[in-house]
Design a protein around this ligand. Structure first.
Ligand code: ATP
Ligand code: MG
Length: 303
């Protein structure tokens, strides 16, 4: 069953085509990651689906029912974590959750609030004021707030942006727990690692359009390359002219997509010897979502 389906969503801001004909479905119980660089249209897309922004065109369905205006019924089934959440700085963690429960007209019992606080591992911060929380703790509080109405579908807009690796992993663990509880999760991110780690399916977005979708495995397979050989060379210009498909990447690295690693390594080393070029730092790795994005768009996810 579809938890969410959208058809041909569009939202233009003047000449900016923020969302330009987006269609997809999200199945019950899966985690979908909408992956794309800054300005791709991720937030605009989710906020339209959440009913926070008006669409220019398109259709939105929740659990098979066409929804023109987000009504009470939908509201009770969705939880929303915005890209930036504003809390009242002087309230404590406990009071903040209590406040949001109140906004939903939920008579939250002490026990319910404490369970939520436990779920996002903020037990020790129950009585701390919001202004004294770290970035990771704030993100976890935002998660708790998105869960006050025990929603079936959870929208998370960049749930780990700006967090250090440890705090990020912590949020990932919580998201995985929520999936195990049966939640359907739609998250946006510009971290390929986040999509690879969490998502059952990934929708790759750029310039207002979804340009590819599928499991990480399917997407990576679609490149049609088995591996990438990365290395540095003391005269990369000459090599670039000599080897088809060879391209430059960050930090003066060279990258060669290959379908036969052994053969290609031989070829590379022979060429280098023949041209008297020194090759160093050779790494062989599998393609990842960054490669998929680069392949599709010619530019990088991070810029
Ligand atoms: N209210 C607005 N008025 C004008 N332009 C807007 C508005 N909201 C978004 N845009 C533009 O629409 C495009 C998509 O923005 P959006 O915030 O959806 O991107 P995003 O993928 O969420 O980016 P980020 O990763 O930075 O959060 C951008 O070019 C942005 O400048
Ligand atoms: Mg955004």
């Amino acid at each position: 069953m579809n938890a969410i389906m959208v058809k041909n969503l569009k939202k233009y801001y003047g000449s900016t085509k923020a969302v330009d004909g987006v269609s997809f479905e999200v199945f019950e119980g899966e985690i979908v990651a909408l992956l794309g660089p800054n300005g791709a249209g991720k937030t605009t897309t989710v906020e339209i689906i959440e009913g926070l922004r008006k669409k220019d065109e398109g259709e939105i369905y929740y659990f098979g029912r066409k929804v023109d205006q987000i009504d009470k019924d939908v509201k009770s089934q969705i939880g929303v974590q915005l890209q930036k959440t504003a809390f009242f700085e002087h309230l404590t963690v406990y009071e903040t959750i209590e406040l949001f429960a109140g906004l939903y007209n939920i008579q939250a019992k002490k026990n319910d609030i404490e369970n939520l606080i436990n779920l996002v591992a903020l037990q020790e911060k129950t009585k701390s004021r919001v202004k004294n929380l770290s970035g990771g703790q704030l993100q976890r509080l935002a998660l708790a707030v998105a869960l006050v109405n025990d929603p079936k579908i959870l929208f998370l807009d960049e749930p780990t942006t700006g967090l250090d690796p440890q705090a990020r992993r912590h949020v990932w663990e919580i998201i995985e727990q929520l999936k195990q509880k049966g939640k359907t999760i739609f998250l946006t991110t510009h971290y390929m690692e986040e999509a690879e780690k969490l998502a059952d399916r990934v929708f790759i977005m750029d310039h207002g359009k979804i340009i590819a979708s599928g499991t990480v495995q399917e997407l990576v397979k679609s490149i049609g390359m088995d591996s990438y050989i990365e290395f540095s060379a003391d005269n990369s210009q000459v090599l670039l002219k000599e080897i088809v498909n060879l391209r430059t990447a960050d930090h003066d690295k060279l990258i060669l997509p290959v379908s036969d690693v052994e053969e290609s390594i031989h070829m590379l080393l022979n060429k280098a010897k023949q041209l008297e070029i020194n090759i160093d730092n050779i790494v062989i790795r599998r393609p990842n979502l960054e490669d998929v994005f680069l392949n599709l768009t010619g530019h990088s996810l991070r810029d």
